[in-house]
Design a protein around this ligand. Structure first.
Ligand code: SAH
Length: 400
């Protein structure tokens, strides 16, 4: 491993004059466009960035094919070594210990830039650790990461789904890898509730850990209410709502695999008898519910990222407005709406404007009760605000 970090095996990158701001702001993403020249081995995992006078500005994971040519881990003279990476990974895991051990055994233990490890995400699901490696440089130093995971978490299995779109661009293997024993599927405990998670077939790394605190917020709000869980995935918000005393929970998702899993999750928590499971397009389903006169006391609306690229923002805003407008109309005279956007390109400000437009058209009185974000195991680097993708509101919705 030390060989990979040896100076002769590193890429040498020179910053274009005039691009000094890029480094001064300590943003970890150094794009190809900011780099004037490159030299050194083509298969280098580590790159050093210099100014034209030869002073080192940053070091990090190098990728010849990504637009993000260098994912900076250190700036200035700080030495980038295998030990430093190992120490950062270990420290990130240590920071999660307070969340583990009690009624929760599933957390994000490494959150990329938020833990100063750009390009690496590791989620722990009970006895299974799921790692996402987004970049060629990290792929090469993977043994360092696997060692830390084994030492600190002692999982039964480490699973790498290797399915991030970035991997195809970087021409990295896309076959999943499983290191350890048994199948990747496992059962987790989150705030005392049980969920089956299958990293091999699920979305993301298997479960939306970022919503843990928001699900806990939904639980007491559901007491005595009829709950509609739109874009339910495996029913996690629905299970919390039932545990909080909901009288009825309707989970709606476009994926039949997700809805089957939602049924099993309600079964696991003894709440199937009050739950309904619907495979449907949420946009069509809210229209149907509206026509049939069904009303709810709490609605959760947690759609997928409608805008994956900047050019999709307008269309995404229309989608968010449409579904939120119907959700507001579906609420009883007094109800709660928990609504989210996980599109990185949709700012909190824009999302608030969309909710405002939906409220106007719905003809309801709407107040913000809370602004919501991902849980504390998803820290965001102040130097890389792109890491903050999840935003949401708890809204109180009343008759005019
Ligand atoms: N709230 C969930 C996560 C939702 S992820 C949780 O806490 O676990 C978004 C979900 O939306 C996915 O399961 C996806 O299958 C579903 N989805 C995407 N487009 C949809 C549509 N048009 N109608 C219904 N569901 C949709």
């Amino acid at each position: 491993m030390d060989e990979i970090f040896a100076t002769k095996n590193r890429k040498r990158l020179v910053l274009k004059p005039g691009k000094e701001r890029v480094v001064a702001n300590r943003h970890p993403w150094i794009f190809g466009g900011a780099i004037g020249s490159e030299s050194g081995p083509a298969d280098a995992a580590i790159g050093d960035l210099f100014d034209t006078r030869g002073a080192r500005l940053a070091s990090g994971f190098y990728s010849p094919r990504s637009e993000i040519r260098l994912r900076a881990l250190t700036f200035g003279e700080e030495e980038l070594t295998a030990e430093l990476i190992s120490k950062r990974a270990g420290a990130a895991i240590s920071r999660r210990r307070r969340l583990l051990g009690g009624p929760t055994n599933a957390v994000r233990v490494i959150n990329a830039e938020g833990d100063d490890l750009s390009g690496l995400v590791v989620d722990l699901y009970n006895d299974v650790a799921v790692a996402e490696v987004a970049n060629a440089g990290i792929e090469r130093i993977k043994p360092v990461i696997l060692d830390v995971i084994r030492r600190e978490l002692k999982p039964r299995l480490i699973y790498l789904s290797n399915d991030l779109p970035a991997r195809r661009l970087e021409q990295l293997p896309t076959e999943p890898e499983a290191i350890g024993e048994g199948a990747p599927a496992t059962t987790i405990l989150e705030n005392g509730l049980r969920f089956e998670v299958d990293p091999a077939s699920g979305q993301k790394t298997g479960f939306f850990l970022d919503q843990r605190d928001n699900r806990a917020l939904a639980q007491p709000l559901a007491s005595g209410r009829r709950v509609l869980n739109l874009f339910s995935y495996t029913g996690a918000f629905g299970v919390y709502a039932a545990a909080g005393g909901a009288t009825f929970v309707e989970n709606v998702d476009g994926s039949d695999v997700a809805i089957e899993q939602a049924k099993r999750n309600h079964d696991l928590n003894g709440s199937s008898s009050i739950a309904r499971f619907v495979v449907a397009d949420a946009f069509a389903h809210v229209r149907q519910l509206s026509a049939s006169g069904d009303r709810f006391g709490l609605i959760v609306c947690d759609p997928p990222a409608f805008a994956r690229r900047r050019v999709e923002v307008d269309r995404a805003a229309r989608g968010y407005k449409d579904v939120n407008l119907y959700a507001m109309r579906l609420l009883e005279r007094e109800g709660f709406l928990l609504t989210f956007s996980c599109s990185g390109h949709v700012s909190l400000d824009l999302f608030q404007k969309v909710i405002f437009a939906a409220a106007l058209d719905a003809g309801r009185r709407v107040s913000f009760v809370r602004r919501l974000t991902a849980g504390s195991d998803h820290p965001v680097s102040i130097y890389c605000p792109e890491g903050e993708y999840l935003k949401g509101f708890l809204l109180e919705v009343r008759e005019n």
